[in-house]
Design a protein around this ligand. Structure first.
Ligand code: ADP
Ligand code: F6P
Length: 543
């Protein structure tokens, strides 16, 4: 028998002042153009590589706005929905001409222009072919090019130039992710009055790996322009602190780093801290009450030939997600007859991602070849063994998939958090379903009631899948109740509250230090250059 979770009272959770004014009206990608606001500007400014919406040019030349891919946007879009008059600075997703600033869903969006060459060198190059593989423990080899660095630096300068003027005096600028590691420092040089936070959505590697990339010290100095640096897991925070201690030689106490001052302060204290990100759990859970979505979930099973079990994977088509591992295990289970394709169907959503980067092209070829082989050998006539979906879905369709799935597979060999795991849990108030979760995803630190797995061990992965498929209802309910307790209590709003509260405290202390220095008439120390090309460091080896 399947039990439903009892209704949970809405908890009186503390809310940071910046998040305290929920907006009553919300439009779906209602976009209209607006002039940039005159000062005093925005109290909270988010800076990320991408805006929450991507522009697409339709065949008739018209522009369409769609939700941008990735967990950063899923999380921060929900946070910004609760902010009155927030701003978001980012790229609109197409090279060349950037749109004028505009309003969407009650937020002011400030597009940053990236030329085709920036897209190739800053975004596809240094961000996604150098830093991304390096930060994910070199699952593929990182590539270093000096021209990519130049572009990374100049693109970061452009983001900083776009963000600095839109923040209110004494306001808060929250910079996100590895594409913009230099931005905190570049903003601080222009706006010493604002609080600056930085959150790293992906893992931070061990000091040995982080020592590899040319310009590593610039990346550290750039990040340390923030008052507070947030990481997903404790190991990420500790890795960052170790990376700072060694090459820069800064004094570190616990996870507080003493940084040479910029502007009026001789030294600044910068805190590194762990803040595991989450989702808008209540909003995801509420969608499951929608009759149309329930009906869609039922129809989905019917369209797949009414199998007993549906197994689901939802990922950007990225080598960090373990799609190859999963398909290998699935193929072997079909080959050895442990799974009957008449009873059990797999859906693999593989969202297009970074399609011009070589490693992603190769991955797509391999995945599609494997899916083709599995379907060719095992699919019953008229229906798939693996239903492969290489496109985006809207949130409602995604929820219907989670509601239909008896098992969700998250098999990432390395992942900062993995919000898909949390979305699945939030979509199951009926307490049905099993989450198979890689121990290398940040999500595995928290809801430990999942079936944890080492995706590198294909035999272990196969056993985990079979165990999940055979799990009795009562065991599913017990595990899902425990997972939901974690996910529903620790949502993205409390994550943002926690981060902003720590940032406010850190920023206040930094401003107090500036005032003391000014009152004593001390000379500020000369700041170190952010780029080692301008200030050669003994540890830097040019490539
Ligand atoms: P990452 O940030 O690396 O992409 P996450 O799992 O943390 O990984 O977040 C992925 C987000 O993208 C989730 O909110 C998920 O629902 C969403 N998503 C993934 N694939 C699709 C898709 N095909 N269509 C719409 N949303 C998607
Ligand atoms: O943290 C995950 C993340 O890298 C975000 O920074 C990024 O926006 C998202 O995945 C999607 O990647 P991309 O912007 O390269 O399409």
């Amino acid at each position: 028998m399947s039990a439903r979770e009892p209704p949970r009272p809405v908890l009186g959770r503390p809310t940071h002042a910046l998040l305290a004014q929920p907006r009553t009206q919300r439009r779906s990608h209602g976009v209209h153009h607006a002039r940039p606001r005159p000062l005093p500007g925005h109290e909270l400014v988010v800076v990320a590589n991408r805006l929450p919406v991507d522009s697409r040019t339709l065949p008739d030349g018209a522009t369409e706005w769609v939700t941008s891919p990735g967990g950063l946007v899923t999380a921060m879009e929900s946070v910004m929905r609760t902010v009155d008059s927030g701003a978001w600075v980012g790229w609109a997703g197409a090279p060349g001409e950037a749109p004028d600033p505009f309003e969407a869903d009650g937020m002011s969006l400030y597009p940053v222009r990236l030329e085709q060459e920036d897209v190739e060198r800053y975004y596809e190059g240094y961000s996604n072919a150098t830093l991304w593989p390096l930060y994910h423990d070199v699952i593929v080899d990182p590539v270093f090019h000096r021209t990519w660095w130049d572009s990374y630096l100049s693109a970061n300068q452009r983001f900083a130039e776009a963000a600095a003027p839109v923040a209110a005096r004494g306001g808060t600028i929250w910079v996100h992710d590895y594409q913009l590691r230099l931005v905190p420092r570049l903003i601080r040089e222009k706006r010493p009055d604002v609080r600056i936070g930085f959150f790293n959505h992906i893992p931070f590697p061990s000091v040995e790996l982080f020592s590899q990339p040319p310009k590593r010290n610039s990346i550290l100095r750039g990040s340390l322009g923030a008052d507070l640096l947030g990481f997903q897991r404790e190991s990420d925070t500790l890795n960052f602190v170790a990376a700072v201690r060694k090459p820069l030689g800064y004094h570190v106490e616990g996870t507080t780093i003493s940084v040479p001052g910029l502007g009026a302060a001789p030294r600044r204290e910068v805190e590194a801290r762990t803040f595991p990100i989450s989702i808008d759990s209540a909003a995801v859970s509420a969608l499951t009450e929608d009759p149309e979505i329930r009906e869609r979930a039922a129809r989905l099973r019917h369209d797949l030939g009414d199998p007993d079990k549906i197994v689901l994977g939802v990922d950007r088509l990225d080598y960090t997600k373990g799609i190859r591992h999963r398909l290998k295990a699935w193929g072997e289970l079909l080959d050895d007859g442990s799974i009957d394709p008449h009873d059990t169907v797999m859906i693999q959503v593989a969202t297009p991602s970074r399609e011009r980067v070589e490693a992603y092209r190769r991955l797509r070829d391999e995945v599609e070849l494997t899916v083709g082989r599995i379907n060719g050998e095992h699919a019953p006539l008229g229906r798939p063994a693996v239903s492969y979906q290489h496109h985006s879905f809207d949130r409602r369709e995604m929820t219907a998939m989670y509601m239909a799935a008896d098992v969700v597979l998250v098999t990432a060999p390395r992942d900062g958090m993995n919000l898909v795991a949390k979305e699945y849990v939030a979509s199951r108030p009926d307490l049905h379903g099993v989450l198979v979760l890689s121990e290398f995803a940040g999500a595995a630190d928290e809801p430990r009631a999942a079936v944890l797995v080492n995706p590198h061990d294909i035999d272990e992965l196969k056993s985990a899948i079979l165990r999940a498929l055979a799990m009795p209802e009562e065991e599913q309910e017990e595990a899902m109740r425990s997972l939901r307790h974690q996910v529903m209590e620790n949502d993205v709003q409390s994550w943002a509250h926690d981060f902003l509260e720590h940032l406010e405290h850190a920023g206040r202390e930094a401003q107090a230090a500036v005032r003391v220095v000014r009152s004593r008439g001390d000379e500020p120390s000369a700041p170190e250059e952010i780029d080692e090309a301008r200030a050669p460091s003994p540890t830097f080896r040019a490539c």
